[in-house]
Design a protein around this ligand. Sequence first.
Ligand code: ATP
Ligand code: MG
Length: 254
Amino acid sequence: MSKIFSICNQKGGVGKTTTSVNLSAALTLNNKRVLLIDMDPQGNATMGSGISKYDLDYSLADVLLGNSNDIKEVICKAEEGFELIPANQALTFAEVKLLDIKNRELVLKKAIKKIESDYDFIIIDCPPSLNILTVNALAVSDSVIIPTQCEYYALEGLTALLETIDKIKISVNESLKIGGILRTMYDPRNNLAQDVSDELENHFGKNVLKTVIPRNVSLAEAPSHGSSIIDYDRASKGSMSYLALAGEIVKISK
Ligand code: ATP
Ligand code: MG
């Protein structure tokens, strides 16, 4: 059975896309069959997987609006070996259209039902907002991973997100779990980062993933080459940390 993870935080720039692409690549390296779904009209996960968002015959928008007869014609192969449902600006239009559809929270769930069993892991890169696209991602997921920077405002945003997750559990997906809060862009020399990290552990306990993603320049450079960190700089601390994260995710998925 496939395990579906949403990478979600309504706060922008916290490392959702970096985590989605590199976790997908790291799981692939562990011989897992992986599908990455780009659920963000910015199309960053698409570009970061080496696929041009400007050059798509079909994208996630076509899947959600039923414009494509066969979802398989939308799926691309990233060089890293995982498969991708790409996205671009067309998804903004789809988001508006979705609001007119009955059972609009469950459109993605219905659309990918046929192909779910082709994969061990499905990773969904969510947009930085709690909109209907994010609700669709959460409605189909087994677990949510919440990338969080160890900053002063981190806890405040988390409370709103956890409330949304509770609402989704009550309304459309009672089995949704918190896969974990993932500390990203961590700089151990920064005292505030250490304090916030401790506070996250005290407050959320086991819901905080053990793996910590360090601030690492190679992680910021890799997307401009359309590569994952594993292809771009395998020996980097960033690469090691995402390989460790893949190990932790495989473990908690058993
Ligand atoms: P958005 O909310 O816009 O979708 P996001 O949460 O997906 O953003 P990313 O795009 O993954 O965040 O990361 C934001 C920026 O920080 C990017 O420029 C990315 O390359 C950089 N970045 C992410 N993680 C790290 C890291 N661990 N070390 C250094 N830079 C990082
Ligand atoms: Mg992103």
